[in-house]
Design a binder for this molecule. Structure first.
Ligand SMILES: [Zn+2]
Length: 133
């Protein structure tokens, strides 16, 4: 390898390392760290602690194996305090295309209706923890 090419590569790597740590002004970007809720997994999953405008607290994914496949749930809260849940469902479908298509359609509709009912019921929950009919 040509020594000039190697030196240029090393200089570029050094410049990139320095540039990664410092801004164009030479100042280090410092943001106030934020506290995570108890359920936040922190570490690499949490971007809210770093103060990014799009930062989110994220729980460790909760995986459930079921006879149909699996369900993974992750709780999320934006830096502005808006909470939501992310669900990923994996279900085996029938080999027959017509049946599989019907299963997929019904499953999506069922999950949607269940989410609507659960969330609506939670909003109308009575103080004693009972849910209004
Ligand atoms: Zn967090």
């Amino acid at each position: 390898m040509n020594a000039n090419v190697w030196n240029a590569a090393r200089n570029l790597a050094t410049a990139l390392r320095i540039g990664h740590r410092e801004s164009a002004t030479g100042r280090t970007w410092f943001r106030r760290h934020r506290e995570c809720p108890d359920w936040c997994a922190a570490g690499h999953r949490c971007t809210a602690r770093l103060g990014y405008p799009s930062g989110e607290h994220r729980s460790a994914p909760m995986s459930v194996r079921a006879p149909y496949g699996s369900l993974v749930a992750t709780r999320i809260e934006t830096i502005s305090g808006v909470g939501h849940i992310e669900l990923r469902l994996s279900a085996r479908l029938d080999r027959d295309e017509v049946t599989a298509s019907r299963q997929a359609h019904l499953l999506a509709a069922g999950v949607d209706l269940t989410a609507r009912a659960v969330l609506e019921g939670a909003r109308r929950a009575l103080p004693a923890g009972q849910v209004a009919a």
